[in-house]
Design a protein around this ligand. Structure first.
Ligand code: GAP
Length: 450
C-alpha cells in the first residue's frame, strides 16, 4: 500500500465530483475552488456533525450566522487592518510574490530572522529576491455607489468578528451566563500571498469557529476543554486516525496578533504535517478593543460576586476545506485485491456522501429491476443518500462505489426473488453477506451509526 500523494486526491476529486477548480472553463482563479455533487455532501456531513457536537450537545453554546461584510471599524478594532499580515518577498525579475516563511522553511513572522535566513536565497525561479516585508491579507471592497475611502470595507478574514459584535445580543436574548459560547460556520476571505496545496491554503475558505466567553480564572480549564474537544471530534466523530494527528504549540513569533497561547492540531497531509485545527487563548483582547472603539459597554457582571469585568475568550477554529482534505487523504487507500488494484475511500459511514448503493444484478431482467427499485425507494426514505447503480458488471459497480466511499452495496439477484433476501457487500473488508430484506434496516442502522 503506497502513501497517498496530493495528485491522488486532486485527481479523484475531479474525476468523481468532489472538488473542481473554480471558474474552470475560464482557466480558473488561484486559491478558489468549487465543491461538486459529492464534495458538497461530504462538506455538509462534516458541518452537521460539528454543529451538533458543538451547539446542540452543549446547553451553553449558541449559534449565529453573521454577515460577511461588516462595518470596517470592526476590523480596525480587531487589529486585522493593522496586523493581519504575512511576511512576503518578491522575485525582483518576475515580480511574483512568495511567503517569506515558506521560502525560508521556518514558522516565524519575524522579519529580521527571515532576512537573515533568506540572505543568499533565490526565488523558486532562480532570481534574486527582495527584503522580506509584511503584506496585509484583508480583501477590500466598497459598499454603495461611490468607490471612495468612506465606502471602503473588507470581506471578513475570519468568522469570529460577528461573534464578538453579537456578544451582547446573544447574552441578553439567551439570558446566557458565563461560561457560554457562540458558534458559527461561514465563509472567510484571505488574500493569501501564495495559495497552494490544493484546498489546503485558499483565498475563499469556510470556517467553523466557536468563541467561549469565560472569566479570567477559567483560562486554563477552558483551554484544555476545547483542545480535548477538537482532538476527540476528529477521531470519534469523523474517523481520523489518531496516528495522523499531533499537537503543535505556537511560540510567540508564530501566534496571531490577538493570541496569548495557541495549540494547533497538526494532521499528516499528503504535502506534510500541517495545521488543521487551532485552539487559541484570545484573552480579553477582542472585547476590550471592541468596547474601546465602539464606545459600548461589553463588560459582564457576575451575579454572585457583583464583580464587573471584560470576559476572556477561548477560541476553537477549523477550516471546513482543510477538514475535507484531511478526511479524504486519511481514508484514501490504493490496494491490490486478487491481483487487481482498487482505490477506496474508507470514510466513516457517518460522513460518506452516499450511504448505500442499490443494484439489480442484471439491468435487463424486469423482475430484478422491479424488486431493486422497490428496495431502493424504501431505503431512500430512511437513509436519503442512496445511489442507484446498474451500469456495467457488478465488479465495476463495486469499484466505482469504493472510490467514492459508499460503505455498503446491496445487490438484488435471482435468489432475492425466491426468498426476499439481498447480498450486502462491505466496502472495507470486501465481505459479502446475505440478509433478509426485512432485517436490512436493523443491520444498516447499526452499521451506519458506527
Ligand atoms: N479566528 C481564528 C483564525 O481564523 P487561523 O489559524 O487563521 O485562526 C483557523 O485559522 C483555521 O482556519 C485554520 O486552522 C485552518 O483550518 C483554517 N484556515 C486558515 N487559513 C486558511 C486558508 N487560507 N485556507 C484554508 N483554510 C484555512
Amino acid at each position: 500500500m503506497k502513501t497517498v500523494q496530493m495528485e491522488d486526491i486532486v485527481s479523484l476529486s475531479k474525476r468523481r465530483g468532489f472538488v473542481f477548480q473554480s471558474s474552470e472553463i475560464y482557466g480558473g482563479l488561484a486559491g478558489f475552488y468549487d465543491y461538486g455533487p459529492l464534495g458538497i455532501e461530504l462538506v455538509n456531513n462534516l458541518k452537521t456533525l460539528w454543529w451538533n457536537a458543538m451547539v446542540r450537545d452543549h446547553d451553553n453554546i449558541f449559534g449565529v450566522d453573521g454577515s460577511i461584510i461588516q462595518n470596517p471599524l470592526l476590523w480596525e478594532a480587531s487589529g486585522h487592518v493593522a496586523g493581519f499580515t504575512d511576511p512576503m518577498v518578491e522575485d525582483t525579475i518576475t515580480h511574483k510574490r512568495y511567503r517569506a516563511d515558506h521560502l525560508a522553511g521556518v514558522d516565524t513572522a519575524d522579519l529580521k530572522e527571515l532576512a537573515a535566513i533568506l540572505k543568499d536565497k533565490k526565488s523558486p525561479e532562480g532570481n534574486p529576491i527582495s527584503e522580506p516585508r509584511y503584506f496585509n491579507m484583508m480583501m477590500q471592497t466598497w459598499v454603495g455607489p461611490v468607490q471612495d475611502d468612506a465606502a471602503k470595507t473588507y470581506l471578513r478574514p475570519e468568522t469570529a468578528g460577528a461573534i464578538f459584535t453579537n456578544f451582547l445580543n446573544v447574552k441578553d436574548t439567551m439570558r446566557a451566563k458565563l461560561p457560554f459560547g457562540i458558534a458559527q460556520i461561514g465563509k472567510a476571505f484571505r488574500n493569501e500571498i501564495s495559495p497552494r496545496d490544493f484546498i489546503f491554503r485558499v483565498r475563499e475558505l469556510e470556517q467553523m469557529e466557536m468563541q467561549y466567553f469565560i472569566s479570567k480564572d477559567m483560562q486554563e480549564s477552558a483551554y484544555d476543554q476545547w483542545r480535548q474537544f477538537a482532538w476527540h471530534f476528529l477521531i470519534d466523530k469523523i474517523g481520523l486516525k489518531e496516528s495522523s494527528l499531533s499537537w503543535h504549540e505556537h511560540d510567540a513569533n508564530e501566534r496571531a496578533h490577538y493570541a496569548a497561547a495557541a495549540h494547533d492540531i497538526y494532521f499528516k497531509f499528503p504535502h506534510g504535517t500541517k495545521e488543521l485545527w487551532g485552539t487559541h487563548n484570545r484573552t480579553d483582547y477582542d472585547l476590550s478593543n471592541h468596547a474601546r472603539v465602539s464606545g459600548k459597554d461589553l463588560s459582564y457582571v457576575d451575579e454572585q460576586t457583583g464583580e464587573r469585568f471584560i470576559p476572556y475568550v477561548i477560541e476553537s477554529s477549523v477550516g471546513v476545506g482543510r477538514m475535507l482534505l484531511a478526511v479524504m487523504s486519511d481514508a484514501f487507500v490504493k490496494e491490490s485485491v486478487n491481483g487487481e488494484e482498487r482505490t477506496v475511500l474508507k470514510l466513516k459511514p457517518a460522513i460518506a456522501p452516499y450511504k448505500l448503493a442499490v443494484s439489480p444484478l442484471l439491468k435487463n431482467k424486469p423482475e430484478l429491476v422491479r424488486m431493486a427499485r422497490e428496495i431502493y425507494n424504501d431505503l431512500k426514505q430512511d437513509y436519503g443518500m442512496v445511489i442507484w447503480d446498474d451500469n456495467g458488471n457488478i465488479g465495476k459497480r463495486y469499484r466505482r462505489q469504493d472510490e467514492i466511499g459508499t460503505p455498503f452495496c446491496i445487490t438484488i439477484d435471482f435468489e432475492s426473488l425466491d426468498n426476499r433476501s439481498v447480498t450486502i457487500r462491505f466496502r472495507d473488508d470486501l465481505k459479502q453477506e446475505r440478509y433478509a430484506v426485512d432485517k436490512l434496516k436493523q443491520l444498516l442502522n447499526k452499521e451506519l451509526s458506527r
